[in-house]
Design a protein around this ligand. Structure first.
Ligand SMILES: Nc1ncnc2c1ncn2[C@@H]1O[C@H](COP(=O)(O)OP(=O)(O)O)[C@@H](O)[C@H]1O
Ligand SMILES: [Mg+2]
Length: 375
């Protein structure tokens, strides 16, 4: 890449992970090499309004529910002038009332640092496909599949990837015939984990120790999604994570381990209580580390992922068993987040990782452009 590249960094979004996205995007914007990249901040407010250019970061930061720490002093002001930015601001409820291409048209590559719904789930990727823009991360179907804990389990099952026992629960069935749903879940024994099918950051997730706790856990998850997943608890689970990078020839990083400070890796353990720890590399036998890396790549291929993803596993302590837990296509991206730390430990610095992700986005777009769209 010889000429300068204008990277539109998207952050915020209509998602429970809005604030986490701001923290990740701040790091991305301040670490993209200014010698090679012009950063165009694109913020999406909680109500769906788009803000581009210099006003995006200060405004979203001011509205954030949690303290974000970093000041906005060194976030690049962006290239979009007021007139162009205006094209993105009239999007009530996120509906596309105006032409996003007016602004997206000035950008070479989009880096959607949007976690969760309306960002990591294929919806934004669809918009970027229509705008015919290269973007960091997997495409529409792969993003949607990886986000959906039920559908991804189905695909990974067909690829022979080991996973825990699970049941799908539809909200409509829970409302119509709760007894039957409770009986289906009880078949797996205890504990079980109840989760909304499409969410992240452990929002709406409960560890259920026995049948008494199940109805409340199902009701909580059903507030967030019309489909739920109930999984058999992996006993005394170590949490092992692998960073995967690449398009057609993905590479796996060393494995890392999360040691949550709570009973499981809950929202509090992730973002509020500072006592959760990361161990990189994870203390694993060479054979286990190798196998986990292979499974991460196999899952990446099965889901047709591209760019990047973090693949998370559960390993019952003291055993050689491995269960794939989930795949995150836009993982946390601050310099102390697992994904970039795993690459740093594997010899790729944070700044070089960002540059590589932009390259991969361009490569993938070029490759897709080779496919015929008419007969
Ligand atoms: N089947 C399971 N067995 C044991 N622990 C689990 C299981 N599923 C989830 N957990 C715990 O709950 C956490 C959050 O679940 P996860 O599926 O990763 O949701 P999220 O997408 O919100 O990160 C995990 O990091 C782990 O601590
Ligand atoms: Mg997780």
């Amino acid at each position: 890449m010889s000429q300068r590249i204008r990277v539109g960094v998207m952050f915020g979004g209509r998602s429970g992970e809005h604030e986490v996205s701001l923290a990740s995007a701040y790091s991305v914007m301040t670490h993209l090499d200014p010698a090679r990249f012009d950063v165009v901040p694109i913020g999406i407010a909680k109500d769906g309004r788009w803000l581009a250019g210099g006003e995006a970061w200060p405004q979203l930061r001011a509205d954030a529910r949690i303290a974000l720490g970093p000041s906005d002093a060194d976030v690049p002001r962006g290239l979009l002038d007021e007139t162009n930015a205006g094209a993105l601001t009239r999007l009530p409820g996120g509906a596309l009332e105006t032409r996003p291409a007016a602004v997206l048209g000035q950008i070479d590559v989009v880096f959607p640092v949007l976690h969760g719904t309306n960002g990591e789930d294929g919806t934004m990727q669809g918009l970027l496909e229509l705008a015919d823009l290269p973007y960091v991360g997997p495409g529409v179907a792969a993003s949607a599949l990886a986000m959906d804990k039920v559908q991804s389990k189905r695909v990974l099952e067909s690829a022979g990837i080991p996973q825990c026992d699970w049941r799908e629960v539809r909200r409509c069935d829970l409302e119509r015939d709760p007894e039957r749903v409770l009986a289906t879940c009880a078949e797996m024994g205890w504990p079980v984990f109840v989760k909304p099918a499409n969410l992240g950051s452990s929002v709406g997730i409960s560890k259920v120790h026995g049948p008494d706790e199940l109805p409340a856990a199902l009701a909580l998850a059903a507030r967030f999604d019309r489909r739920l997943i109930v999984e058999a608890g992996v006993p005394d689970a170590r949490e092992i994570e692998v960073a995967v990078l690449g398009n057609d020839e993905p590479q796996a990083s060393v494995a890392g381990e999360v040691v949550p400070c709570e009973e499981f890796y809950s929202y509090e353990a992730k973002y509020i209580n500072p006592d959760s720890e990361l161990m990189i590399p994870a203390p694993l036998s060479e054979a286990m580390a190798q196998r986990i890396g292979e499974l991460a790549i196999a899952a990446y291929r099965a889901l047709d992922l591209a760019g990047l993803s973090r693949v998370d596993f559960l390993v019952p302590r003291g055993t050689e068993e491995i269960y794939l837990n989930e795949v995150n296509t836009i993982p946390g991206f601050t310099p102390i987040s697992m994904y970039p730390k795993l690459w740093a430990a594997s010899g790729l610095s944070y700044d070089d990782l960002l540059a590589r992700l932009v390259e991969l986005a361009v490569e993938r777009h070029r490759d897709k452009s080779r496919s015929a769209t008419s007969i």
